[in-house]
Design a protein around this ligand. Structure first.
Ligand code: PRP
Length: 214
């Protein structure tokens, strides 16, 4: 039997995904060993391998078939724009991609002014402003702590993830527009979905059953 390979986005999503898979009988004890420096773990009985990757790399592994299945946030999936199938919404990791800024920036958005937008997600931001709003903006790519940008005058607004809203609140910023809702998704390699259809379908059906039993 060929090993089915699963790529998980390192961090909170991976923990929740492993918990969910465990409820379907898919376990991988090795992966919980905090001391290990191993990058890939396998369950020989199930013929499955798991690895933890940087979230933004998960769609890449899946597109090239280095992983048959991946679990990543919809933010990463949209930003990477890879040729992969998004097959299931897992519901957890729910948050929103939003345009945020000081209340005073609301007017700039409604007047369709050329503004600067700082973000870790330049493709999502570009697509939102160009295609959905028809607004010309200058996108500035940052790698983290994006809320700083409007405070120190780097940009008028940001496009970023809002979960509880507390980061915005503590920095005097607010949600100005919602771009899209986000949550964890299962993605599948296009060839794997055909070649390993039965095995992948069974996993998806089992995961779906656990989600629906809650
Ligand atoms: C994310 C996001 C926001 C924050 C939102 O940042 O970029 O900054 O969480 O969460 P909240 O609405 O619950 O406050 P992350 O912790 O990933 O750090 P980073 O932006 O520095 O990468």
């Amino acid at each position: 039997m060929r090993y089915l390979t699963v790529a998980l986005a390192k961090g909170r999503l991976a923990k929740q995904t492993l918990g969910l898979l465990e409820q379907t009988g898919i376990t991988c004890d090795e992966i919980y060993d905090k001391e290990t420096r191993k990058l890939i773990f396998q369950n020989d009985d199930l013929g499955m391998r798991f690895f933890l990757a940087k979230p933004s790399d998960v769609p890449t592994y899946v597109e090239y078939g280095a992983a048959d299945i991946g679990v990543a946030g919809r933010d990463t999936i949209l930003e990477e724009g890879r040729n992969i199938y998004e097959v299931m919404d897992l519901g957890f990791g729910a948050c929103r991609m939003c345009v945020c800024g000081p209340e005073s920036a609301r007017e700039l958005l409604s007047r369709n002014e050329i503004i600067r937008v700082a973000t870790k997600y330049p493709n999502i931001a570009k697509s939102y402003f160009n295609n959905k709003k028809n607004q010309t903006v200058e996108i500035i790519k940052l790698n983290g702590s994006v809320e700083l940008a409007p405070i120190v005058g780097l940009s008028e607004v940001i496009v970023d993830i809002v979960e509880t809203g507390s980061t915005l609140k503590e920095n005097g910023l607010t949600v100005l527009e919602e771009v899209c809702p986000l949550s964890a998704r299962i993605v599948v390699n296009q060839v794997s979905l055909r070649m390993e259809h039965e095995r992948i379908r069974k996993i998806l059906t089992d995961v779906d059953a656990v989600l629906n039993s809650k």
